[in-house]
Ligand binder design. Structure first.
Ligand code: ATP
Ligand code: MG
Ligand code: FE
Length: 346
């Protein structure tokens, strides 16, 4: 069975083709991605209306590219999957509209996928895929959550951020340091030349006794520190970046280890854009090795938004029967869910 996946929840247009046969893990045949980052840079963040219009321009050419690379035609597609939410309403509507139009034209079912389920299941596309059950640390631009995952569609929220997401903390701190948008990767790169112990920054909720996170205070502390440095900020920037990264990584690490201890599980899956962070991976790898915990990540290029994770989540849903074919829409009316807690999937 061939599943075409379309992602358009924010500022990346992604299309991918996945093959799913029987019980084996689905495999990625081809995928294509267009990032709008260059267009939004001038505004310091994503402009929703510009994002929607650009998805319209990109999605069909990307779909053609994906089919050509896999040497298939659209007629070979058995199910069309799209990101139904959460995300920007207008951007989501583009992917949903195109998916449903394709479904109608090809007379094939259409399946709306949860964006976070896509991130969560993206490590199954890696060379070292996980096995259920596991603890998942989902760290993206809009979400920071720890989950117990027992199977496809079986997600128990253990804790989450009460304000900013980890990716947001990276981005907002980077912006304060004049590192552009999205600043996560830039801050992380600069941090390599800095001293992580140079500045004392808060580790919010580190000892809260639960698995919740808070990153809003960190951003304020970075701002205060930047102001204090004044003209010296330029020469101390790498130190401030390294200290910021160290604070975020320490909280993510400690809470992940607590979640593993509390659930008794010996497997950790990291997903979402911040999962590409080198420092986070090094720290998690070292700590998990000491505790005989296996850690799994998505391939580096599949940490941030992409179509492959959407096609994969749809394929795994269809295989597991968890709201699979029953949820694939035989009719082509659609809605999107800009706000959609993952827990509502269960
Ligand atoms: P959500 O999935 O919650 O809707 P999103 O789709 O915007 O949000 P992702 O695409 O998963 O989020 O990830 C983007 C985030 O990852 C950004 O905040 C970005 O700064 C961050 N990020 C990407 N690479 C790195 C890195 N190497 N170090 C730190 N942060 C990173
Ligand atoms: Mg993005
Ligand atoms: Fe995302």
């Amino acid at each position: 069975m061939l599943i075409l996946g379309i992602e358009s929840s924010c500022d990346e247009t992604g299309v991918a083709l996945v093959r799913s046969d029987g019980q084996a893990l689905p495999t990625l045949l081809s995928h294509a991605l267009y990032s709008q980052v260059a267009m939004h840079v001038a505004y310091g963040g994503v402009v929703p209306e510009l994002a929607s219009r650009d998805h319209i321009r990109r999605v069909i050419p990307l779909a053609r590219e994906v089919m050509a690379e896999a040497q298939r035609t659209l007629q070979d597609v058995d199910v069309v999957a799209y990101t139904r939410g959460p995300g920007l309403a207008g951007a989501l509507l583009v992917g949903a509209g195109v998916a449903c139009a394709l479904g109608a034209a090809l007379n094939k079912p259409v399946l709306g996928v949860h964006h976070l389920e896509g991130h969560l299941l993206s490590p199954f596309l890696s060379e070292d895929p996980p096995e259920f059950p596991f603890v998942a640390l989902l760290v993206s631009g809009g979400h920071t959550q720890l989950m117990r995952v027992d199977g496809v569609g079986r997600y128990e929220l253990l804790g989450e951020t009460i304000d900013d997401a980890a990716g947001e903390a990276f981005d907002k701190s980077a912006k304060l340091m004049g590192l552009g948008y999205p600043g996560g990767p830039a801050l992380s790169k600069l941090a390599e030349q800095g001293d992580p112990a140079a500045f004392k920054l808060p580790r919010p909720l580190l000892h809260s006794g639960n698995l919740d996170f808070s990153f809003a205070g960190l951003k304020t502390a970075v701002m205060t520190q930047a102001k204090k440095l004044g003209g010296d900020l330029e020469v101390r920037k790498a130190d401030l970046a390294a200290s910021t990264e160290a604070a975020i990584v320490e909280v993510l690490l400690k809470k992940s280890l607590t979640a593993l201890r509390e659930t008794g599980l010996k497997r950790l899956v990291v997903a979402g854009g911040v999962g590409a962070n080198r420092h986070l991976r090094e720290q998690l790898n070292a700590a998990c090795k000491r505790q005989s915990v296996r850690v799994h990540y998505p391939e580096l290029h599949l940490c941030t938004d992409n179509g492959a994770m959407i096609a994969m989540a749809a394929a795994m849903r269809l295989q597991s029967g968890e709201g699979g074919m029953a949820q694939a829409q035989p009719r082509y009316s659609f809605d999107v869910k800009p706000r959609w807690p993952l827990a509502e999937l269960a």
